[in-house]
Design a protein around this ligand. Structure first.
Ligand code: AMP
Ligand code: ZN
Length: 312
C-alpha cells in the first residue's frame, strides 16, 4: 500500500479515514488533525499558557509532544497517585520526557498531602477509581489556579470518549451527557477550562504517533482498572469498529452535533464555593473535601478503637 500524501511505501493504515501513510506523513497528518481540532472547537489561542495533564501514558505524552511541536507554551502537571510501582514508573516517564525536552513539569505527590489513592479507597466505601477521579479533578483545578493557567488539556482520545458516551447513555446519565464535550468552559474563578485536543484521534493512532516519535511511556494499565466497565465498553466498540470502520468517530461527532444539545437543560447552574478549601462546589462543601472528611472521620474512629481495645 502507498502513502496517500507522498506515494512512498505506507507504514500505517487508518481504516476510518480510508487512508494510509508513511512515517513522516503520518506524523504530519496527526499534528494537523490536532491543530484542526484546537481551531474548530476554539479550545485555546497561541497566546494562552497551557497546562497539560501528563500521566506518563502514551496519550498524554503524545499530546504534550504535539502541542510543543505545534509551538504552544505547554507546561506539564503530573499527579503522583501513590499506586505502588505503577505510579513510580509513570512519574519516571513523565519526568524523563520533561528533561529530554527541557520543559517544566509540575509534580504533585499526593502521599505528602495524605491523599494517595490506596489510602483514600481504604478509608471510604468508594471504589478506588471514583476517589481517584474526584482527587484528580480537584488538584488539576488547584494547580491551574495557583499557577495562573487558564486552560488544562488532557490526553483523552476517541476510544475514551466513545466508551464514556456509551456508559453515560446506557444509564441515561443526562447530567453527564450534558457535560460530555471536548471543551468544558470555566463557570467559577477556580475552575479551569478543560479541553481534549485528541478526542478525534483513536487510541491506535496515538500509539502509532508515540511509537514513531520515539516517546517512552508507561506500558502497564493502572492496576485498579482491570475489570473496569470502561474496558468492556471499549471492547464492544472495537468489535463494532472492526465490522464498520468509522463507527466510533461518527458516534462521538454526531452526539456532539445532534445529541448533546438535547441535554443542555440538564446542566447544573454555576458552582458555589467550597467553605473548606475555596474550590468550586455543588453544595456547601466540594466533593473532594467530602471525601477527605470521610477519610479523616474513619481514621479518627480507627485510632479511637485501637486505643480502647489496646493492651492495658
Ligand atoms: P485516565 O483517566 O487514566 O484515562 O486519563 C485520562 C487523562 O487524564 C490522561 O490522558 C491525562 O491527561 C490525565 N491524567 C490521568 N492520570 C494522571 C496523572 N496521574 N497525572 C496527571 N494527569 C493524569
Ligand atoms: Zn473543598
Amino acid at each position: 500500500m502507498k502513502c496517500k500524501r507522498c506515494a512512498a511505501k505506507a507504514e500505517v493504515c487508518i481504516r476510518q479515514h480510508n487512508s494510509a501513510f508513511c512515517r513522516a506523513c503520518f506524523v504530519f497528518y496527526f499534528r494537523r488533525q490536532v491543530q484542526r481540532t484546537i481551531d474548530k472547537e476554539h479550545m485555546f489561542t497561541p497566546e494562552e499558557a497551557l497546562l497539560v495533564a501528563v500521566s506518563g501514558g502514551k496519550d498524554s505524552l503524545a499530546l504534550w509532544d504535539v502541542l510543543l511541536e505545534l509551538g504552544y507554551r505547554a507546561v506539564g502537571v503530573h499527579l503522583q497517585l501513590g499506586i505502588g510501582r505503577y505510579s513510580e514508573v509513570s512519574a519516571d516517564k513523565a519526568e524523563a520526557f520533561a528533561r529530554g525536552r527541557a520543559v517544566q513539569l509540575i509534580t504533585v505527590p499526593l502521599a505528602e498531602h495524605e491523599v494517595a489513592i490506596p489510602q483514600l479507597a481504604a478509608f471510604t466505601n468508594r471504589p478506588a477509581c471514583a476517589a481517584c477521579g474526584t482527587t484528580k479533578r480537584h488538584y488539576f483545578d488547584q494547580v491551574a489556579f495557583e499557577h495562573g493557567f487558564p486552560v488544562l488539556a488532557t490526553g483523552h482520545n476517541l476510544d475514551d470518549e466513545a466508551a464514556r458516551l456509551m456508559g453515560n447513555m446506557l444509564r441515561w446519565q443526562v447530567d453527564h451527557l450534558a457535560k460530555q464535550t471536548p471543551v468544558l468552559e470555566s463557570t467559577h474563578a477556580r475552575l479551569v477550562r478543560k479541553v481534549k485536543p485528541l478526542f478525534r484521534l483513536s487510541e491506535y493512532e496515538t500509539a502509532v504517533y508515540a511509537f514513531f516519535r520515539g516517546i517512552d511511556y508507561v506500558l502497564d494499565e493502572c492496576p485498579n482498572s482491570t475489570g473496569a466497565t470502561q474496558l468492556i465498553y471499549k471492547d464492544v466498540l472495537n468489535r463494532l469498529e472492526a465490522a464498520m470502520p468509522g463507527t466510533k468517530l461518527t458516534f462521538v461527532q454526531d452526539f456532539l452535533r445532534l445529541g448533546r444539545p438535547a441535554f443542555a437543560g440538564a446542566v447544573a447552574g454555576p458552582p458555589q464555593t467550597c467553605e473548606r478549601c475555596g474550590m468550586p462546589a455543588f453544595g456547601t462543601v466540594c466533593s473532594f473535601c467530602r471525601l477527605v472528611g470521610e477519610v479523616e472521620g474513619k481514621r479518627a474512629n480507627r485510632r479511637g478503637s485501637a486505643h480502647t481495645s489496646g493492651p492495658r
